[in-house]
Write a protein that binds this ligand. Structure first.
Ligand SMILES: Cc1cc2nc3c(=O)[nH]c(=O)nc-3n(C[C@H](O)[C@H](O)[C@H](O)COP(=O)(O)OP(=O)(O)OC[C@H]3O[C@@H](n4cnc5c(N)ncnc54)[C@H](O)[C@@H]3O)c2cc1C
Length: 358
Protein backbone atom coordinates (compact mmCIF):
# COMPACT_ATOMS: atom_id res chain seq x y z
CA UNK A 1 0.00 0.00 0.00
CA UNK A 2 1.27 3.45 -0.87
CA UNK A 3 1.05 5.44 2.35
CA UNK A 4 0.17 8.92 1.19
CA UNK A 5 -1.34 9.89 -2.14
CA UNK A 6 -1.94 13.47 -3.23
CA UNK A 7 -4.43 13.98 -6.06
CA UNK A 8 -3.26 17.05 -7.98
CA UNK A 9 0.27 18.38 -8.14
CA UNK A 10 -0.51 22.10 -8.24
CA UNK A 11 0.02 24.62 -5.47
CA UNK A 12 -1.56 22.66 -2.63
CA UNK A 13 -0.33 19.21 -3.72
CA UNK A 14 3.28 20.31 -4.12
CA UNK A 15 3.25 22.37 -0.91
CA UNK A 16 1.86 19.46 1.08
CA UNK A 17 4.42 17.04 -0.38
CA UNK A 18 7.19 19.38 0.80
CA UNK A 19 5.74 19.74 4.28
CA UNK A 20 5.29 15.98 4.67
CA UNK A 21 8.97 15.27 3.88
CA UNK A 22 10.70 12.96 4.61
CA UNK A 23 7.54 10.83 4.39
CA UNK A 24 7.34 9.31 0.92
CA UNK A 25 4.33 10.57 -1.02
CA UNK A 26 2.86 9.94 -4.45
CA UNK A 27 1.63 13.00 -6.31
CA UNK A 28 -0.71 12.35 -9.24
CA UNK A 29 -1.34 15.07 -11.83
CA UNK A 30 -2.72 14.87 -15.36
CA UNK A 31 -0.94 18.03 -16.51
CA UNK A 32 -4.07 19.97 -17.47
CA UNK A 33 -2.55 22.95 -15.67
CA UNK A 34 1.07 23.65 -16.48
CA UNK A 35 2.32 24.33 -12.97
CA UNK A 36 5.71 25.49 -14.23
CA UNK A 37 4.01 28.39 -16.03
CA UNK A 38 2.03 29.62 -13.00
CA UNK A 39 3.14 31.95 -10.25
CA UNK A 40 1.71 32.99 -6.92
CA UNK A 41 2.12 36.28 -5.14
CA UNK A 42 1.42 36.63 -1.43
CA UNK A 43 2.41 38.56 1.66
CA UNK A 44 4.36 37.01 4.50
CA UNK A 45 5.63 38.28 7.83
CA UNK A 46 7.68 35.23 8.74
CA UNK A 47 9.97 32.70 7.09
CA UNK A 48 8.38 29.79 5.24
CA UNK A 49 9.51 26.27 4.40
CA UNK A 50 9.46 26.97 0.66
CA UNK A 51 11.23 30.34 0.78
CA UNK A 52 13.94 28.98 -1.54
CA UNK A 53 11.26 29.19 -4.26
CA UNK A 54 10.66 32.92 -3.74
CA UNK A 55 12.00 34.77 -6.77
CA UNK A 56 11.11 38.36 -5.82
CA UNK A 57 10.32 40.32 -2.67
CA UNK A 58 8.90 43.83 -2.34
CA UNK A 59 8.73 46.03 0.75
CA UNK A 60 6.16 48.51 -0.63
CA UNK A 61 2.93 48.33 -2.60
CA UNK A 62 0.94 50.93 -4.52
CA UNK A 63 -2.80 51.34 -4.13
CA UNK A 64 -5.11 53.68 -6.01
CA UNK A 65 -8.40 54.17 -4.19
CA UNK A 66 -10.69 57.08 -3.52
CA UNK A 67 -9.12 59.06 -6.36
CA UNK A 68 -5.56 59.03 -5.07
CA UNK A 69 -2.44 56.93 -5.45
CA UNK A 70 -0.44 55.98 -2.38
CA UNK A 71 2.71 53.95 -1.91
CA UNK A 72 2.51 52.06 1.36
CA UNK A 73 5.21 50.32 3.36
CA UNK A 74 4.39 46.80 4.44
CA UNK A 75 5.61 46.96 8.04
CA UNK A 76 6.72 43.47 9.03
CA UNK A 77 5.30 41.98 5.84
CA UNK A 78 6.97 41.45 2.48
CA UNK A 79 5.10 40.92 -0.78
CA UNK A 80 6.64 37.98 -2.58
CA UNK A 81 6.39 35.97 -5.77
CA UNK A 82 6.87 32.23 -6.21
CA UNK A 83 7.08 30.90 -9.74
CA UNK A 84 5.68 27.44 -10.42
CA UNK A 85 8.94 26.24 -11.99
CA UNK A 86 10.84 27.23 -8.83
CA UNK A 87 8.26 25.58 -6.59
CA UNK A 88 8.61 22.34 -8.57
CA UNK A 89 12.41 22.48 -8.33
CA UNK A 90 12.44 23.16 -4.58
CA UNK A 91 9.89 20.43 -3.85
CA UNK A 92 11.83 17.89 -5.92
CA UNK A 93 14.99 18.80 -3.99
CA UNK A 94 13.28 18.65 -0.60
CA UNK A 95 11.39 15.42 -1.19
CA UNK A 96 13.69 13.10 -3.13
CA UNK A 97 11.44 10.16 -2.13
CA UNK A 98 8.37 11.76 -3.70
CA UNK A 99 7.08 9.99 -6.79
CA UNK A 100 5.33 12.04 -9.42
CA UNK A 101 2.79 10.10 -11.44
CA UNK A 102 1.38 11.52 -14.65
CA UNK A 103 -2.25 10.43 -14.82
CA UNK A 104 -5.87 11.42 -14.67
CA UNK A 105 -7.65 10.88 -11.35
CA UNK A 106 -11.22 9.67 -11.88
CA UNK A 107 -12.07 8.57 -8.38
CA UNK A 108 -10.90 9.36 -4.88
CA UNK A 109 -12.34 7.15 -2.15
CA UNK A 110 -11.50 5.65 1.20
CA UNK A 111 -8.07 4.06 0.83
CA UNK A 112 -7.93 4.29 -2.94
CA UNK A 113 -7.34 6.60 -5.85
CA UNK A 114 -8.22 5.53 -9.39
CA UNK A 115 -5.71 6.82 -11.93
CA UNK A 116 -6.37 6.09 -15.60
CA UNK A 117 -8.36 3.01 -14.59
CA UNK A 118 -5.61 1.72 -12.28
CA UNK A 119 -6.14 1.60 -8.55
CA UNK A 120 -3.59 3.10 -6.16
CA UNK A 121 -4.09 1.98 -2.57
CA UNK A 122 -3.39 4.55 0.11
CA UNK A 123 -3.68 4.98 3.87
CA UNK A 124 -4.45 8.70 3.54
CA UNK A 125 -5.51 10.57 0.43
CA UNK A 126 -5.23 14.35 -0.03
CA UNK A 127 -7.58 15.60 -2.71
CA UNK A 128 -7.06 18.88 -4.56
CA UNK A 129 -8.99 17.82 -7.69
CA UNK A 130 -12.48 17.49 -6.17
CA UNK A 131 -15.22 19.96 -7.04
CA UNK A 132 -14.73 23.26 -5.21
CA UNK A 133 -17.43 24.34 -2.72
CA UNK A 134 -20.47 25.96 -4.42
CA UNK A 135 -19.50 29.47 -5.47
CA UNK A 136 -21.08 32.53 -3.85
CA UNK A 137 -19.29 34.77 -6.32
CA UNK A 138 -16.66 34.49 -9.02
CA UNK A 139 -13.34 36.23 -9.33
CA UNK A 140 -12.69 36.76 -13.00
CA UNK A 141 -9.09 37.55 -14.06
CA UNK A 142 -7.80 38.78 -17.36
CA UNK A 143 -4.08 39.42 -17.26
CA UNK A 144 -1.53 40.34 -19.90
CA UNK A 145 2.21 39.87 -19.52
CA UNK A 146 3.24 42.92 -21.52
CA UNK A 147 6.35 44.62 -22.84
CA UNK A 148 5.75 48.34 -23.28
CA UNK A 149 7.47 50.92 -25.42
CA UNK A 150 7.63 53.44 -22.56
CA UNK A 151 9.16 52.76 -19.13
CA UNK A 152 5.85 53.03 -17.27
CA UNK A 153 6.28 50.35 -14.62
CA UNK A 154 7.90 50.87 -11.23
CA UNK A 155 10.05 47.75 -10.88
CA UNK A 156 10.21 48.10 -7.08
CA UNK A 157 6.51 48.54 -6.32
CA UNK A 158 3.61 46.28 -7.35
CA UNK A 159 0.14 47.82 -7.60
CA UNK A 160 -2.19 45.78 -5.40
CA UNK A 161 -5.29 47.49 -6.75
CA UNK A 162 -6.08 50.45 -8.94
CA UNK A 163 -9.76 51.28 -9.35
CA UNK A 164 -9.26 53.48 -12.42
CA UNK A 165 -10.94 50.91 -14.63
CA UNK A 166 -14.37 50.08 -16.01
CA UNK A 167 -16.45 48.26 -13.41
CA UNK A 168 -17.33 45.53 -15.92
CA UNK A 169 -20.17 43.41 -14.64
CA UNK A 170 -18.98 43.80 -11.06
CA UNK A 171 -16.52 45.43 -8.69
CA UNK A 172 -13.23 45.63 -10.60
CA UNK A 173 -9.65 46.79 -10.21
CA UNK A 174 -6.33 46.41 -11.97
CA UNK A 175 -3.35 44.65 -10.42
CA UNK A 176 0.18 45.26 -11.70
CA UNK A 177 3.13 43.00 -10.94
CA UNK A 178 6.22 44.61 -12.47
CA UNK A 179 9.30 42.83 -13.77
CA UNK A 180 11.19 45.96 -14.82
CA UNK A 181 10.34 49.40 -16.19
CA UNK A 182 9.05 47.92 -19.47
CA UNK A 183 7.60 44.55 -18.43
CA UNK A 184 4.77 43.60 -16.10
CA UNK A 185 1.73 41.44 -15.54
CA UNK A 186 -1.26 43.80 -15.84
CA UNK A 187 -4.41 42.06 -14.66
CA UNK A 188 -8.02 43.16 -14.58
CA UNK A 189 -9.85 41.48 -11.70
CA UNK A 190 -13.64 41.48 -11.20
CA UNK A 191 -15.92 40.13 -8.52
CA UNK A 192 -18.73 38.89 -10.74
CA UNK A 193 -21.59 36.47 -11.02
CA UNK A 194 -20.48 35.29 -14.47
CA UNK A 195 -17.17 35.37 -16.36
CA UNK A 196 -16.41 38.69 -18.04
CA UNK A 197 -14.10 39.39 -20.95
CA UNK A 198 -12.02 42.32 -19.82
CA UNK A 199 -9.31 42.45 -22.49
CA UNK A 200 -10.53 45.93 -23.48
CA UNK A 201 -10.24 47.12 -19.89
CA UNK A 202 -6.61 45.95 -19.68
CA UNK A 203 -5.86 47.75 -22.96
CA UNK A 204 -7.54 50.95 -21.74
CA UNK A 205 -5.58 50.84 -18.51
CA UNK A 206 -2.28 50.44 -20.35
CA UNK A 207 -3.07 53.17 -22.87
CA UNK A 208 -5.07 55.73 -20.91
CA UNK A 209 -4.02 55.31 -17.29
CA UNK A 210 -0.37 54.32 -17.68
CA UNK A 211 0.36 55.86 -21.07
CA UNK A 212 2.39 52.79 -22.03
CA UNK A 213 2.60 53.71 -25.74
CA UNK A 214 2.91 50.68 -28.02
CA UNK A 215 3.01 47.39 -26.21
CA UNK A 216 3.31 43.70 -26.98
CA UNK A 217 1.28 41.06 -25.14
CA UNK A 218 3.72 38.22 -24.51
CA UNK A 219 1.30 35.96 -22.65
CA UNK A 220 -2.30 36.02 -21.46
CA UNK A 221 -3.53 34.70 -18.13
CA UNK A 222 -7.28 34.19 -17.87
CA UNK A 223 -9.24 32.37 -15.21
CA UNK A 224 -12.43 32.37 -13.24
CA UNK A 225 -12.02 31.44 -9.61
CA UNK A 226 -15.04 30.28 -7.58
CA UNK A 227 -15.27 32.10 -4.25
CA UNK A 228 -17.00 30.67 -1.22
CA UNK A 229 -16.99 31.83 2.37
CA UNK A 230 -18.71 28.69 3.65
CA UNK A 231 -16.88 26.35 6.01
CA UNK A 232 -16.22 23.30 3.81
CA UNK A 233 -16.55 19.71 5.00
CA UNK A 234 -13.01 18.61 4.23
CA UNK A 235 -12.98 15.06 5.50
CA UNK A 236 -14.46 12.05 3.71
CA UNK A 237 -13.32 8.93 5.58
CA UNK A 238 -9.58 8.70 4.99
CA UNK A 239 -9.68 11.52 2.42
CA UNK A 240 -8.85 15.14 3.24
CA UNK A 241 -9.63 17.88 0.73
CA UNK A 242 -6.85 20.39 0.33
CA UNK A 243 -6.32 23.53 -1.76
CA UNK A 244 -9.32 25.00 -3.57
CA UNK A 245 -11.75 22.15 -2.73
CA UNK A 246 -10.62 22.40 0.89
CA UNK A 247 -11.82 26.03 1.02
CA UNK A 248 -8.30 27.46 1.16
CA UNK A 249 -8.92 30.27 -1.35
CA UNK A 250 -9.80 33.34 0.72
CA UNK A 251 -13.25 34.44 -0.44
CA UNK A 252 -12.65 38.18 -0.17
CA UNK A 253 -9.29 38.25 -1.98
CA UNK A 254 -8.79 35.11 -4.10
CA UNK A 255 -5.35 34.60 -2.51
CA UNK A 256 -4.48 31.10 -1.28
CA UNK A 257 -0.67 30.73 -1.22
CA UNK A 258 0.00 31.44 2.48
CA UNK A 259 -3.17 29.71 3.63
CA UNK A 260 -2.06 26.59 1.75
CA UNK A 261 1.38 26.78 3.40
CA UNK A 262 -0.16 27.06 6.88
CA UNK A 263 -2.60 24.25 6.15
CA UNK A 264 0.17 21.99 4.81
CA UNK A 265 2.25 22.60 7.95
CA UNK A 266 -0.74 21.79 10.19
CA UNK A 267 -1.48 18.55 8.28
CA UNK A 268 2.14 17.46 8.72
CA UNK A 269 2.02 18.19 12.47
CA UNK A 270 -1.24 16.27 12.85
CA UNK A 271 0.18 13.24 11.04
CA UNK A 272 3.31 13.26 13.20
CA UNK A 273 1.42 13.74 16.47
CA UNK A 274 -1.64 11.57 15.97
CA UNK A 275 -0.92 9.33 12.98
CA UNK A 276 -3.82 10.99 11.09
CA UNK A 277 -4.06 14.32 9.19
CA UNK A 278 -7.32 15.69 10.57
CA UNK A 279 -6.36 17.62 13.70
CA UNK A 280 -6.33 21.00 11.99
CA UNK A 281 -6.81 24.40 13.61
CA UNK A 282 -10.13 26.03 12.77
CA UNK A 283 -9.80 29.82 12.35
CA UNK A 284 -12.43 31.86 14.20
CA UNK A 285 -15.70 31.70 12.25
CA UNK A 286 -16.06 35.49 12.24
CA UNK A 287 -13.53 35.78 9.39
CA UNK A 288 -15.69 33.65 7.07
CA UNK A 289 -18.64 35.79 8.13
CA UNK A 290 -16.76 39.01 7.21
CA UNK A 291 -15.92 37.50 3.80
CA UNK A 292 -19.53 36.43 3.20
CA UNK A 293 -20.82 39.87 4.17
CA UNK A 294 -18.32 41.61 1.87
CA UNK A 295 -19.27 39.35 -1.06
CA UNK A 296 -22.94 40.07 -0.41
CA UNK A 297 -22.41 43.85 -0.24
CA UNK A 298 -20.12 44.00 -3.29
CA UNK A 299 -22.45 41.73 -5.29
CA UNK A 300 -25.29 44.21 -4.72
CA UNK A 301 -23.33 47.44 -4.90
CA UNK A 302 -19.99 47.04 -6.74
CA UNK A 303 -18.76 50.54 -5.74
CA UNK A 304 -18.59 49.36 -2.12
CA UNK A 305 -15.40 47.39 -2.85
CA UNK A 306 -13.36 50.52 -3.48
CA UNK A 307 -14.89 52.09 -0.39
CA UNK A 308 -13.98 49.02 1.72
CA UNK A 309 -10.39 48.94 0.41
CA UNK A 310 -10.07 52.69 1.04
CA UNK A 311 -11.05 52.08 4.67
CA UNK A 312 -8.84 49.03 5.19
CA UNK A 313 -5.75 50.60 3.61
CA UNK A 314 -6.15 54.07 5.13
CA UNK A 315 -3.27 53.68 7.60
CA UNK A 316 0.36 54.69 7.12
CA UNK A 317 1.34 51.14 6.20
CA UNK A 318 -0.54 48.22 4.67
CA UNK A 319 0.30 46.05 7.68
CA UNK A 320 -3.04 46.39 9.57
CA UNK A 321 -5.03 45.49 6.44
CA UNK A 322 -2.75 42.55 5.56
CA UNK A 323 -2.90 41.24 9.12
CA UNK A 324 -6.70 41.41 8.96
CA UNK A 325 -6.77 39.59 5.61
CA UNK A 326 -4.43 37.02 7.19
CA UNK A 327 -7.09 36.49 9.88
CA UNK A 328 -4.58 37.38 12.58
CA UNK A 329 -6.29 40.42 14.10
CA UNK A 330 -8.18 40.72 17.37
CA UNK A 331 -11.85 41.81 17.47
CA UNK A 332 -10.69 45.20 18.85
CA UNK A 333 -8.33 45.72 15.89
CA UNK A 334 -11.12 44.69 13.51
CA UNK A 335 -13.50 47.19 15.10
CA UNK A 336 -10.93 49.95 14.46
CA UNK A 337 -10.51 48.88 10.82
CA UNK A 338 -14.28 48.73 10.28
CA UNK A 339 -14.93 52.10 11.93
CA UNK A 340 -14.42 53.90 8.60
CA UNK A 341 -17.00 51.74 6.80
CA UNK A 342 -20.73 52.46 6.54
CA UNK A 343 -22.06 50.32 9.40
CA UNK A 344 -25.67 50.26 8.14
CA UNK A 345 -24.74 48.65 4.81
CA UNK A 346 -22.75 45.87 6.44
CA UNK A 347 -25.24 45.29 9.24
CA UNK A 348 -28.03 44.88 6.67
CA UNK A 349 -25.90 42.27 4.84
CA UNK A 350 -25.20 40.57 8.16
CA UNK A 351 -28.93 40.44 8.92
CA UNK A 352 -29.60 38.95 5.47
CA UNK A 353 -26.92 36.36 6.14
CA UNK A 354 -28.25 35.46 9.57
CA UNK A 355 -31.86 35.26 8.36
CA UNK A 356 -30.72 33.27 5.29
CA UNK A 357 -32.40 35.68 2.83
CA UNK A 358 -30.63 37.04 -0.28
C1 LIG B 1 -5.03 32.83 -12.71
C2 LIG B 1 -4.90 32.66 -11.23
C3 LIG B 1 -3.96 33.40 -10.55
C4 LIG B 1 -3.82 33.23 -9.17
N1 LIG B 1 -2.88 33.96 -8.53
C5 LIG B 1 -2.72 33.79 -7.20
C6 LIG B 1 -1.71 34.51 -6.52
O1 LIG B 1 -0.96 35.30 -7.12
N2 LIG B 1 -1.58 34.33 -5.18
C7 LIG B 1 -2.39 33.47 -4.49
O2 LIG B 1 -2.21 33.33 -3.27
N3 LIG B 1 -3.36 32.78 -5.12
C8 LIG B 1 -3.55 32.92 -6.44
N4 LIG B 1 -4.53 32.20 -7.08
C9 LIG B 1 -5.45 31.36 -6.28
C10 LIG B 1 -4.86 29.98 -5.89
O3 LIG B 1 -3.67 30.17 -5.17
C11 LIG B 1 -4.55 29.10 -7.09
O4 LIG B 1 -5.73 28.81 -7.80
C12 LIG B 1 -3.88 27.79 -6.67
O5 LIG B 1 -3.23 27.26 -7.78
C13 LIG B 1 -4.85 26.79 -6.05
O6 LIG B 1 -4.14 25.64 -5.67
P1 LIG B 1 -4.77 24.19 -5.86
O7 LIG B 1 -3.76 23.21 -5.46
O8 LIG B 1 -6.11 24.15 -5.24
O9 LIG B 1 -5.07 24.08 -7.42
P2 LIG B 1 -4.05 23.96 -8.61
O10 LIG B 1 -2.80 24.69 -8.32
O11 LIG B 1 -4.82 24.31 -9.84
O12 LIG B 1 -3.69 22.41 -8.62
C14 LIG B 1 -4.59 21.42 -9.06
C15 LIG B 1 -3.78 20.42 -9.90
O13 LIG B 1 -4.59 19.29 -10.15
C16 LIG B 1 -4.41 18.87 -11.48
N5 LIG B 1 -5.67 18.18 -11.81
C17 LIG B 1 -6.91 18.71 -11.88
N6 LIG B 1 -7.82 17.73 -12.09
C18 LIG B 1 -7.12 16.57 -12.15
C19 LIG B 1 -7.50 15.20 -12.31
N7 LIG B 1 -8.78 14.82 -12.43
N8 LIG B 1 -6.52 14.27 -12.31
C20 LIG B 1 -5.22 14.61 -12.16
N9 LIG B 1 -4.81 15.89 -11.99
C21 LIG B 1 -5.76 16.86 -11.97
C22 LIG B 1 -4.13 20.12 -12.28
O14 LIG B 1 -3.33 19.84 -13.41
C23 LIG B 1 -3.37 20.98 -11.25
O15 LIG B 1 -1.97 20.87 -11.38
C24 LIG B 1 -4.68 32.33 -8.46
C25 LIG B 1 -5.63 31.60 -9.16
C26 LIG B 1 -5.74 31.75 -10.53
C27 LIG B 1 -6.78 30.92 -11.24
Amino acid sequence: MTGLVIAGGGLSGLSLAAHLAPLPVTVVDDGRRDVAALSWASWADRPGLLDAAVSRRFDRVRVHVGGRTRVLGLGRYRYQVVRGADLLRVVRERVPGCSFVRGHVTEVGAGRVVVDGRELAARWVFDSVAEPPPAQALLSFHGWHVRSERPVFDAAVPTLFDFRTAQLGGASFVYVLPVDAHRALVEHTSFTRSAVDSADAVREYLEDVLGAGDFVVERTEKAVLPLSAREPVRRRGSVLEIGTPGGLVKASTGYAYQRVQRDSAAIAVSLRRHGHPFDLPVPPGRFRLYDAVLLDVVGREPARLEQAFTALFRHGTAEPALRFLDERTSPAQEARLFSAMPAGVYLAALRRRVSGSR
